[in-house]
Design a protein around this ligand. Sequence first.
Ligand code: FEO
Length: 478
Amino acid sequence: MFEYDPSKSICTCARVTYGDMAEAVEKGAKTVADIREKTRATAFCGSCTERVEAFLTALQTGQAKAMVRADEPVSDDEVVAPGYRQVGPELYYVGASDRAADRFEKQYPVPRGMSFNSYLLLDRQTILFDTVDQSVREVFLRNLESLLGERRLDFLVIHHMEPDHAATIAEVLRRWPKCQAICTAGAKKMMGQFFGPQFSKRIQEIRDGVSMLTGKHVLSFHTAPMVHWPEVMVTYDRTSGTLFSADAFGTFGALDGNLFADQVNFGDWLEEYRRYYTNIVGKYGGPVQQLLQKTSGLEIRQICPLHGSIWRKDLGAILEKYQQWSTYTPEEQGVVIAYASIYGNTELACQALANTLSDKGVRDVKLMDLSREHPSYVIAEAFRRSHLVLASVTYNSGLFPDMEHFLHQLKHHGLKNRTVALMENGSWAPVAARKMDELLTGSGNHVLGKKITLLSTLKRSQLQELEELADAILSSMK
Ligand code: FEO
């Protein structure tokens, strides 16, 4: 790191200081010619050219840092960065939340924002666990720099290379040139893919189960492929009983000051935990089961995920949900009716079925309009309940696009072990039930033989059929 005094002269002929030049670069100067044009540095005797070139490189590679002079009084107006928090012995939260985010992964609505967690262990050695998304880069770097102060960063542990955690890796490695990255072979390969060969000599590849002493703390690294990418690993800190769990045990939503799960009402958050799990790692139930088994022998006292709250109490609450979700076990015997209806006739038939189910004692029936609800919400509700009714109009001799899209999404997210009932509508050649059945083939869900076909509208003569479908659903409930 090149520490410079902003008030010191870099070009005496033109009376340009290091501070002036840094400001010119901040305002867009990219070359020595740009600097000359903006400040006149190098324009006279030229003896400062080498100095200007070196300083420009340091600024552009993030290796220049303005010196704070010891005799400078500390100002009350100084900007502070109170974003970091202590969350364990020698352990600090240095992540941040993006409350302006509309979507996560460009597709999932996040009305409560999104948190991108990163943790710093200030032991004899300094260890950073993951970086953050570009959207919160500035707060994260301020947190990190404030905590490290004059200390160097020794290691960066990379649990996951998806850019919501890895986007700022290059910047961290450039700012702390002695820092070594620790990751799996898969992550090392991805480091090359994302950042080219520049850091290849600074990566320590680990094998499953290896340990590392950092001072007071002993860390062990455990691979967790496909939770949620193939290169993923988790870290266990044996000294504090902390599991750094990568994407596992996370949620959508920003952190609003209460960093720990026991400081908020889990009931208020469960829907977002479920929607996050089912849509992000829902497909990978098997790998999640393997991770749960692999870590079952560890004495885990705290879980630090990459999104959402830190778990230090009642770990059983979230572990129980992960057990259900990853084994595709419904949380409750119940029905979600997902429909695609253009003019409301299919919707009315779904409402009639919901009423009948309710009359027969089914609690908490959920009606969801696939043309209005984002599929992520419907997928989460389908994971929650034991039964799913799909109702669609016929459209262009096939399925209505919103239903077709939903069924592809359902398949991509691997939902299985559910009982599915079908209802179709068509004014001249209804084929929706057959198309839905085809898309469900091989999905691991059981489709009831009893189906309902509407010709434009539900008729009084079909109420008996509706009763029979409701009875078939009820009798298939355990
Ligand atoms: Fe939060 Fe798979 O990244």
